[in-house]
Design a protein around this ligand. Structure first.
Ligand code: SF4
Length: 76
């Protein structure tokens, strides 16, 4: 694991955001779960290309990418 994807509870339960994230992530790290919430596909997290599309798609602070090998957090 070289990054961790963090979502606020509000972002995680946002059904519209869940659909958007599932569409935009180029390496399929997000899925829509049975209840319509955001599901992180853990086995794909290491494929993250740090494109920040998920961060831009979410409301400010909703999604963060935490680089586990440094102290850097990608967010807005
Ligand atoms: S930064 Fe890009 S590759 Fe990484 S989780 Fe977000 S959308 Fe997917």
């Amino acid at each position: 694991m070289f990054v961790r994807v963090d979502l606020t509870p509000e972002a995680a339960s946002d059904k519209e955001l869940a659909k958007k994230l599932a569409q935009i992530c180029p390496v399929d790290i997000f899925e829509v779960d049975g209840g319509g919430s955001v599901k992180i596909v853990e086995e794909n997290v290491d494929e993250c290309v740090l494109c920040e599309l998920c961060i831009e798609a979410a409301p400010p602070g909703g999604v963060k990418i935490v680089k586990l090998y440094s102290d850097e957090v990608l967010q807005r």
